[in-house]
Design a protein around this ligand. Structure first.
Ligand code: COA
Length: 158
């Protein structure tokens, strides 16, 4: 079977020198992107900041918290032109494994109900919806709810 680009994806810690590229990816991928200030706060805090790289180029990023056996995925993003080629799925697998090694037993995340691509990815990885936060996100027409989803880091819910 032919190799897919996703087979070559590696992830590593995000550094300050990645930030310009991360912001470029962020700004092109989201309607309401994180600002440089938010990423800087994540660096200063105890967040897990990772980038996904293909052939040495940053093509995606993720920010998580890990504490008390729980990981929270605060942001995951693949650059717009590279979406739909399996990179997000591989990156998610890598992140789940990474936070598992850091002691997380469960990964939580929030997602807009309108983000059908992300929800399809999370469901296919075994995430289940465990809650709903009303009016959580800024939206184009008022506020939008957040679906809260969770996955045991050691495997799927049965
Ligand atoms: C969500 C995101 C990280 C997924 O990464 P990706 O590389 O595009 O996704 P993949 O190619 O790995 O596809 C993974 C799954 O997503 C779903 N998916 C991908 N593209 C899709 C599309 N156009 N329509 C519907 N489902 C789609 C499918 O379930 C797919 O699995 P399959 O190919 O085995 O069917 C990426 O699209 C992204 O960065 N989006 C913008 C930022 C964002 O919304 N982040 C999530 C915030 S909660």
């Amino acid at each position: 079977m032919a190799n897919s680009p996703a087979d070559s994806l590696i992830h590593r810690e995000m550094s300050l020198t990645d930030l310009d590229q991360v912001l470029e990816i962020e700004n092109r991928a989201y309607q309401f992107p994180w600002t440089r200030g938010i990423f800087m706060d994540c660096f200063r805090g105890r967040n897990v900041c990772r980038v996904a790289c293909l052939n040495g180029q940053v093509v995606g990023h993720a920010v998580l918290t890990v504490a008390a056996g729980e990981a929270n995925l605060l942001n995951i993003c693949i650059q717009r032109d590279s979406q739909g080629y399996g990179l997000g799925r591989v990156f998610m697998h890598q992140l789940i494994e990474h936070v598992g090694k850091l002691g997380a037993r469960t990964m939580f995340l929030e997602v807009r109900p309108s983000n059908k691509v992300a929800i399809a990815l999370y469901l296919s990885l075994g995430f289940v919806q465990v809650g709903l936060r009303k009016d959580y996100y800024q939206g184009m027409h008022g506020r939008e709810d957040a679906q809260v989803m969770a996955l045991p880091c050691g495997g799927t819910y049965s």
